[in-house]
Structures are given as C-alpha cells and as structure tokens.
Design a protein around this ligand. Structure first.
Ligand SMILES: Cc1ncc(COP(=O)(O)O)c(C=O)c1O
Length: 379
C-alpha cells in the first residue's frame, strides 16, 4: 500500500504563504532606525519618504513616569487624560472627546458603538481597512458608494435604514485626495444622515491651526463624529474621537476597544499635550512648502500627480513592477514603500510617497534626481 506523505496540521499555512508570494503580495518586515528625514536599514542610510510624522515636530525627551496596565474604567484613567480630551474637543470644536489606544481602535470602538442592526451605513469605497472592519462589527446594512461620487451617495442613501450614517476619510490615506466634505455634509443634512469622518491624515496638517479637513472646508461643526490618530501629523501615539457629550458617553459605555483593553500610558498622553502646545504652525508651513516642491518636481519629470496633499501616490499598476520600482529607489538611497493589494485594489499598486517637514531642500533635490532615473527606467 502506498504510504501517504506525512502531513502536518499547519501545512495549509505554507500553502497560503506560497499563494501570497506567487501573486507578488508577500510582505516582510524591515527593521530600521528612523532619525529625522532619514532611516537606516541594514546599515544603509536612506531618505525616508514614507513616514506619517508629517509635521516633523522636533523630538523632545519623553519622561517615562508611569506605565499603567489597566483599563481606563478600572484604574488606568490618569488625570492627564482629562486635560488632553479637553484640548482635543476644543481643537475640533466639539463638546467632548475620548482617547483610545490607537486610531484603529478609535474606529472599531466608536463606529460599533453608534451603528446597529436596522441602520444603514454608507461608506466610501476607498475607506481605510479600520473603517471597513468597524462597519462589519455593527450588524448594520453596509452600502459602499463610489469614491467621492456624490450622485452614487445620494442614490444609495435612498435605501431604508433606521439611522443612516455616511463614513468617509478626510484625506484618503492611499490616494492623498480630500473627501467632498462640503457636499457630503449638505447631503447628510437633507437626508438627516449622521456624518462620520476619519481624518487620521488631515488632522494637525490642514485647516486653520491644523484643525483638519472638515475645518479646511468650513464644515467642522457639521461633523457628528470625528475620528483621528495622534500618531501621524502630531507624531505622538494614540487615537481619539470628538463628538457631542452623549456620543462620547455612549462610546465610553459600549466601545469594546475602550472598555476591554489597557489604557495608553500617561506619559504618551502628556507627550501629545506637549506636541499640541509646540510651534505646529512653523512645521505646517514647511510641510506645505516641501509638498509643493516635491509634487511639482515629480510632475516636471513626467509623473501623473493628482494629489495636492502630503500623500503623493505614483500609480504603477502591476504589483511586480511596483516592487521593482521600490527596490530601485531603495538601492539608490530612497525609502518609499510599494503599496499593494489588499491595501489598494488589485493592479493599482503604487509607490506611496509621504512628505514630511523633516525634509530639507537638498533632500528633495536628491529624491527628484533618483525619481528621474526611475522614470526613465520604469515609465
Ligand atoms: C485613515 C486611517 N484611519 C485610521 C488609521 C489607524 O491609526 P493608528 O495608526 O493610530 O492606529 C490609519 C492608519 O494608517 C489610517 O490611515
């Protein structure tokens, strides 16, 4: 009798990994040390064009004075939380705010607290994975509208739903364009829909005093639930929501990612407070200057750049070509990660460049030289 090849119960894991590799979608971790505009990987100093520390607020020493290990509803609710939540509520012109350990958890906790069975959620097709996962937790009907397409949104809002929600990013994380917030809030007003904005990439970066994308469009007061991250423009750590008192109260009482997890350590809360008080305007101006310089330079080379924000995607299409493009940049001293499915749709792989205020003029000139070579080789 033929002996069956011995199989291990975890062999399916190798099969799955093999399929991921075959499709050029395999991801592996790079270990590096970030220092200002640069990152060192395997002893090689590279220009870092994929940091979310957009404002590059100069680093201050963090005093690690407390490392609690408890939920905020138990004993993890340090006084510093009250201070930061007050400042963030004011920053968003909302009644109150609530801090979560990350932006991802702020989405999971707040969206699943506010929407439920019988409700209708309208979600932009390019919304971030954390929004998609959050919607799935709600038992509400989820209807995806075409990216920034207001006609499609209006049509889909005609569906039945006890409460209706429109959820969008402020600045889209992989495309760098802004949501049509002016029209979205008008449509929401007419249909009595609740507007939720995840502004992880617009917060602290755009609008007056960095108040974010809704403020940029002068509709800050029309947003019912504002969700953001402290780990990007502010360069700190954590996530938060800002809304009316009753919405924040509901989040405290229903958000599983708030109730059943340890609180962010108080020293990180204090770090955010310090960064909020820093000269963010100077950093914001430098970021705007750098963004203009780099995107205009890329356009002059011949790249098709539509984004006006600090997130500049160069769409390559094919996954393998995007990986080759990224490898070429890396070999030439520039670190810009290729982004592939499932982060973006299949065959829309891209280099996602993020500009920071860390970059000096000669950094941008050097980057453009390398991109020029890459254009000749790949485009
Ligand atoms: C749009 C959006 N929302 C939420 C998050 C999650 O934020 P955090 O990194 O604080 O978990 C991200 C992170 O990339 C994001 O791009």
């Amino acid at each position: 009798m033929k002996k069956l090849a011995s199989r291990h119960k975890l062999d399916f894991v190798d099969t799955e990994l093999h399929a991921i590799k075959q499709n050029n979608l395999y991801r592996k971790l790079n270990y590096g040390k970030v220092h200002g505009a640069h990152i060192t990987i395997n002893g090689k100093k590279l220009l870092n064009l994929c940091s979310n520390d957009y404002l590059g607020i100069p680093t201050t020493r963090i005093k690690i004075n407390q490392l609690q290990s408890s939920s905020r509803l138990v004993s993890g609710n340090d006084e510093s939380y009250r201070k930061l939540e007050k400042v963030l509520a004011k920053h968003k012109s909302q009644q109150n705010s609530l801090i979560y350990p990350t932006g991802y958890m702020a989405n999971l906790g707040s969206i699943s607290a506010i929407a439920k069975k019988g409700d209708l959620i309208l979600s932009d097709e390019l919304n971030h994975a954390s929004i998609i996962e959050s919607c799935k937790l709600t038992d509400a009907k989820i209807s995806i509208y075409k990216h920034n397409d207001m006609k499609d949104l209006q049509t889909k809002l005609k569906q039945k739903g006890k409460n209706k929600f429109v959820i969008t990013e402020g600045i889209f994380s992989m495309d760098g364009d802004m949501s049509n917030l002016k029209q979205i809030t008008e449509i929401a007003e007419k249909t009595n829909a609740i507007t939720i904005v995840d502004d992880a990439h617009g917060d602290f970066v755009v609008g007056k005093d960095g108040k974010g994308t809704p403020n940029h469009f002068k509709v800050g007061k029309k947003i019912d639930l504002y969700i953001s991250s402290l780990s990007k423009g502010l360069g700190s750590f954590g996530g938060y929501v800002a809304a009316k008192n009753n919405v924040v109260d509901l989040c405290i009482n229903k958000s599983k990612s708030f109730i059943y997890t340890s609180a962010l350590p108080a020293f990180l809360v204090e770090h955010s407070l310090k960064r909020l008080e820093s000269d963010r305007e100077k950093q914001k101006k430098k970021l705007e200057e750098n963004t203009k310089k780099l995107s205009n330079g890329l356009r002059e080379i011949g790249f098709d750049i539509n984004s006006k924000s600090q997130i500049i995607p160069i769409i390559i299409g094919n996954e393998k070509s995007a990986m080759d493009f990224g490898k070429f940049l890396l070999e030439n001293g520039v670190f810009a990660q290729p982004i592939r499915y499932p982060t973006v749709p299949k065959n829309q792989a891209r280099l996602r460049i993020s500009v920071t205020a860390w970059l000096k003029d000669n950094d941008i000139e050097k980057a453009l030289e390398i991109f020029k070579k890459a254009y000749v080789k790949f485009c």
